[in-house]
Write a protein of this length. Structure first.
Length: 416
């Protein structure tokens, strides 16, 4: 008896509405590569870049499906901003209620499903290497797909301010006047200043670079990291949130090594190197001898101290919200920025950019209390403190904001 190959019919997407044209997709004579993604996933962003450069067969066309995980991702304005920032130029389906993802039995983001013109599944693969798995050919992930000018990081020090954006970094003096710009950074994920040097992580390049602020000379400190994001300097070393690998790395002159996390996604406490799991850590900050980080996909605040990891705020990968309070009462939604308040207003506090809630929240390590200090912000993705001023990177408006912690007055600052 011969082997019978079972053909699986996929859910019909011909009647799904393209967010760009406002019309049904309709039938196509080509195979469709259906790309399921979600906006907060760094691995999805990397796959977007790869698909842009990948040499697909002529009889294959891409359809992007944005499936909401978080409440904020279900809003159409969020999806449109995402599509603009990452230059998504394929037909785009807004799967706000996850109906299409459920119909396709989606188990992970990102996932590619290859569908025949008559609606049968020809193959599927998950992860950043999904195109290679499906089409058996290699492809390097190209530089960032992030549109130039989109603000993505900020740091402040006594003499100045630096803002990262798609394409580079601009350095300002303490009065906000432009000093110079540094080009060649495709997607700055984090910035920090120490000892006259500006440290820049580049998500797209997977690198960490030190820039001498006096001479502008550069030195590559680490590369081949997976979507390095926020970083901080302490004790002669850099600590970097390697968001794509779900871990924290320590970078020194001798190279980079893992500081915490097993490299799998999750929210698990315990030994930093033997048990702990992180869920897309996006930023890090030192306060009182402990390293703190925010997990975006876990909507959590994590603490690393004496080789152990704890979770002062957060539950799991699918519990989030917007609630101030103490300890277990607190809920965040996809936080991406973090800084420590050392000296001046807000001393001994951690400030969290609660990105999808559009807020800045202050956390008191002594009491465990979280309170909102700024709201109605357009996707705050980074935060930095100098004196009584809190500087906030706003990705939606391509600008930064300054919050006066003494008066709680907020002003927006266009980049010069």
């Amino acid at each position: 008896m011969g082997i019978i190959a079972l053909m699986v019919r996929t859910p019909d997407i011909d009647e799904c509405i393209d967010l760009y044209t406002r019309r049904p997709l309709g039938k196509s004579p080509k195979k469709r590569l259906v790309h399921f993604m979600t906006g907060g996933c760094v691995n999805c962003a990397r796959l977007l870049r790869k698909l842009r450069a990948f040499a697909l067969p002529d009889d294959v066309e891409v359809v992007t499906v944005h499936t909401a995980k978080f409440d904020a991702e279900a809003r159409e304005d969020y999806v449109r901003r995402l599509a603009q920032n990452y230059r998504i130029d394929t037909p785009l389906i807004h799967d706000a209620e996850r109906k299409l993802a459920d119909a396709f039995a989606l188990k992970a983001w990102p996932t590619l499903v290859l569908v025949s013109p008559d609606g049968y599944e020809l193959g599927r693969a998950a992860g950043e290497d999904a195109p290679e798995k499906l089409f058996q050919r290699d492809c390097e992930t190209p530089k960032s797909a992030l549109r130039e000018g989109v603000v993505c990081a900020v740091t402040a020090w006594e003499e100045g301010l630096a803002v990262g954006y798609g394409g580079g970094v601009v350095v300002l003096d303490s009065a906000g006047r432009r000093l110079f710009a540094l080009e060649g950074f495709a997607e700055p994920g984090g910035l920090a200043v120490a000892g006259g040097r500006l440290y820049v992580s580049d998500r797209a390049e997977g690198s960490v670079t030190a820039v001498d602020l006096a001479t502008k000379s550069r030195r590559l400190l680490a590369r081949h990291l997976r979507s390095p994001a926020g970083l901080t300097h302490a004790g002669g070393a850099l600590f970097v949130a390697e968001s794509g690998a779900h871990r924290i790395v320590r970078v020194e002159a001798s190279g980079a090594r893992v500081y915490a996390g097993l490299g799998f996604e999750g929210l698990r406490e315990g030994s930093a190197l033997g048990e702990a799991l992180f869920a897309q850590p996006e930023d890090v900050a030192w306060l009182d001898g402990a390293l703190w980080t925010v997990d975006a996909e876990g909507s959590a605040l994590r603490k690393i101290e004496n080789g152990r990891v704890s979770t002062p705020v957060g539950w799991d990968l699918f519990t989030w919200g917007d609630r101030d309070g103490v300890g277990e009462e607190v809920l965040l939604q996809h936080p991406q920025g973090l800084c420590a308040g050392v000296g001046g207003c807000g001393n001994h506090r951690l400030f969290i950019a609660d990105t999808y809630n559009g807020k800045i929240k202050a956390y008191d390590p002594l009491t465990g209390r979280v309170m909102t200090v700024a709201k109605d912000l357009a996707y705050p993705v980074g935060v930095a403190k100098r004196g009584c001023s809190l500087y906030i990177a706003l990705s939606a408006h391509r600008e930064i904001a300054r919050l006066d912690l003494a008066t709680f007055q907020l002003e927006r600052i266009r980049l010069p």
